[in-house]
Structures are given as C-alpha cells and as structure tokens.
Design a protein around this ligand. Structure first.
Ligand code: APR
Ligand code: PHB
Length: 391
C-alpha cells in the first residue's frame, strides 16, 4: 500500500490530523493497535480551549460539540474552605472553554472518518517504522496474522506515551525532560448531576479534589491519593465520603451521589521529548509530551501539535518545506508554556507530604497572591483558556 502520510495511533491526535489532511486533499492511512471500542472506553479530561474548539470546527467535526458541549466562562478555587471565583471571560477579554468529554470528541472524529470512507486499520499489531531518516519511509504491521507494508512520504507518530514511534528514534537523537510526582488522581464518573455549574478545584489539608462534569447529568470527580493506593480499595461510598471532607458546606449540601460507572487512578507526570521531528517522522500529542491533568492541557496540546503538523504537511505538498522545518520549534514553544502551567497549577493545588516546609509555605503564599491579585488571576485565566498561536 502507498499513501502520503502514515499516521500511527487513532487517539485524538491521529484522528484530528487525519481529518485536517483529508480536508486539504492529502492522503493518509491510520494504523491503530487497539479496537475502536477500546479507544472509546478510555476516560480522559474534557476541557477544550477556544483554539481547540476552532480547530475542531475547521476539521468539520464541531457540530455535536456545539450542540451538547457546555461553554464555561469561569471556575471556582476552593482553598481552605473559602471559594474564589476565577472569571475566565472577564479576565481574558471574553474567552471561554468548552466542557466536552474526550470520549465524545473521539466518537465524533471516528464517525466523520467513517462517513468520509477514510481508511483506519484497527488491531494493527507489531507496528514498526522504517527508514524515516531516508528516502523511503515505510511502516510495517500485522493484521489478522498477515504482514503488511505501507510506503509513505511521512510518518506521524500519534501513538501516545507508550507508542512505538518515539521508542524507534536512536537514543542519542532525543532528549527527555521528566518530572514525576508522588501522587495520583483517583477519578470517578457517575450519572448524577454536577455539584455546581462550574468546575471546582479544591485545595485542602486532606489533599486536592476536583469537581468536573461531562454533561448536566454526568459528573466527573477526582481525589488526590498517594500513588500506593489501589482502586479496588476505594468503594463508591469511601470515595463520596472523602470527597465530602474536601468540599465546603455549600457543595456538600448540593452533592448528589450515585453508583460509579468508571473509577481509575492516574499518576501525575510531566514529560517532554525534544525534538519532535526526526527526518520524516513527526511526533505529536502524548507521544511527545505528557502533562499532569491539573488544568486539562493534554488534549489541547495534542490539538495544537496536529494543527502545526497538518499545516506543515499541506504546505509541503504546495511546495514549501518551511513548515516541516519549523515544526518541532513551533510546537515546543507552546508545549513548554503548557508544561510550565500544568506543573505550576499542580504544585499550587496539591499537598506534597515530603515537601520542604519552607517551600510548602511559599507555595501557599503564592496561591494566596494569585487569588487576591488581579495580575495573579489574569495569569491563571490567560493560561487556562489557552495561549494564542504565535503564527
Ligand atoms: N501501534 C499502533 N497504535 C498504537 C501503538 C502502536 N505501537 N501504540 C499506541 N497506539 C495507539 C493507542 O492505542 C492509542 O489509541 O495510539 C493511540 C494514542 O492515543 P492517546 O494516548 O489518546 O494519545 P493522543 O492521541 O496524543 O491524545 C492525547 O490523550 O492521554 C490523553 O491527556 C491526553 O488528552 C490527551 C490525549
Ligand atoms: C475532567 O473533567 O476530567 C477534568 C477537568 C479539568 C481538569 C482535569 C480533568 O483540570
């Protein structure tokens, strides 16, 4: 088989890229290791920056998001029992975010791809990438026991943190930057109305909690837990009881509990691989970087990478190499700003048991400054709604 762009991975990065390329008449095939159902079963964050919303509109997949998504113009910080409203729109000249689950977005992208008759090979096993530094890039895989080879001009590594693309780059060609945190987020999804119309990020002596949502009838809650915790040890009742202890009286009063439909623990990690281009292989999304979930930048960064990549590849076929030559540099400028923001928001809002008490007090003072200063709130809001593209 021959195509222009072989995309590895059918998560949000691969699917958005596929859609943008299709719109521009660039030919692509997507190879995904798992089944479509498996991909849709992963529950991830659900807050989209305005620039991500615009990109999804550009890709032609925004209709259901606009109909069913929930535009949010602010959120609450609950610190030591006191609420502080962060008026995103007021602080950023009217910008908002859109609450729309990654699962729903992935489904819209899969439907659009199927409707356009575009090729996605699910359950592609033993995917390997070859000669991406040379003239004949190729991807090999096994499907239903039979070997296949795809010849292409470019390979897009959209295969997530544990994918094969970054792992195929010679070690000396890549530099990894990493920070691991000694905590995780225990998440619970339930078909209960959200406790509040806006998100609540809570910092308490018992640890961080987040009240989020997927719709008016589906809620998503998180608790900071030590990494040693096992999800099996958290009954729904234990989760709700602990959540109540981290909320204020108003929220406890309004909290509607019910059976969980999903519960999982995710570790917090910051990670960046540099560069993001190796000859004709480009990394995008979680394949190149991971952020801790505080601030919900993971999906937004994936969207921003593939926006740069789609433009670069389209430009290449129109006769200019400038976009692909600057791909890594353009992405990384935005990636590092979101990395900094996610790390900063994580440090401000969680409890770190082993932290030097001086640093803990200094962070408490910083959080106090952020909520009481217009400049502080503006910095938080500007980063939360998403920084503008610099091109
Ligand atoms: N071959 C083919 N596909 C693979 C391989 C492989 N060797 N390894 C991984 N994949 C697939 C995974 O099964 C997954 O469906 O690549 C896809 C990568 O998807 P994601 O992990 O969702 O990564 P990405 O598309 O970059 O999306 C980033 O996901 O983790 C969240 O917070 C993150 O919201 C952000 C988004
Ligand atoms: C979520 O709804 O899953 C979510 C929302 C905001 C975050 C992280 C996760 O900062």
């Amino acid at each position: 088989m021959r195509t222009q762009v072989a995309i590895i991975g059918a998560g949000p990065s691969g699917l958005i890229l596929g859609q943008l390329l299709h719109k521009a008449g660039v030919d692509a095939v997507i190879l995904e290791a798992q089944t479509g159902e498996y991909v849709l079963g992963r529950i991830r964050a659900g807050v989209l920056e305005q620039v991500a919303v615009d990109l999804l509109d550009e890709a032609g997949v925004g209709a259901r998001m606009h109909a069913e998504g929930l535009p949010h113009s602010g959120f609450d910080l609950l610190i030591g029992g006191t609420r502080h409203h962060i008026d995103l729109a007021g602080l950023t000249g009217g910008k908002q975010v859109m609450v729309y689950g990654q699962t729903e977005l992935t489904k819209d992208l899969m439907d659009a791809r199927a409707a356009a008759g575009l090729e996605t090979v699910y359950e592609a096993k033993d995917v390997s990438v070859h000669d991406f530094d040379g003239k004949r890039p190729r991807v090999r895989y096994v499907k239903d026991g039979a070997p296949h080879e795809v010849e292409c001009d470019f390979i897009a590594g959209c295969d997530g943190f544990h994918g094969v693309c970054r792992a195929s780059v010679p070690q000396q060609a890549i530099t990894n930057f990493e920070r691991v945190y000694p905590i995780g987020w225990l998440g619970l999804l339930s078909d209960t109305p959200p406790v509040s119309e806006e998100l609540i990020y809570a910092k308490t002596e018992r640890g961080f909690a987040l009240c989020s949502m997927r719709s008016h009838t589906r809620s998503r809650y998180y608790l900071q837990v030590p990494l040693s915790e096992k999800v099996e040890d958290w009954s729904d009742e234990k989760f709700w009881n602990e959540l109540r202890l981290r909320l204020d009286a108003k929220a406890v009063d309004q909290l509607v509990t019910g059976p969980s439909i999903e519960k999982s623990i995710a570790p917090l990690r910051s990670f960046v691989a540099e560069p993001m281009r190796f000859g004709n292989l480009f990394l995008a999304g979680d394949a190149a970087h991971i952020v801790p979930p505080t601030g919900a930048k993971g999906l937004n960064l994936a969207a921003s990478d593939v926006r740069y990549l789609a433009r670069a590849l389209i430009e290449f076929y129109a006769g200019s190499k400038a976009g692909i030559d600057h791909y890594s540099e353009h992405c990384l400028r935005r990636v590092w700003k979101a990395e900094r923001f996610s790390w900063w928001m994580s440090m401000l809002l969680h409890n770190f048991p082993d932290m030097n008490p001086f640093e803990q007090r200094a962070l408490d003072a910083e959080l106090d400054y952020v909520v009481h200063s217009l400049a502080g709130r503006t910095t938080l809001a500007e980063n939360y709604v998403g920084l503008p593209f610099e091109d």
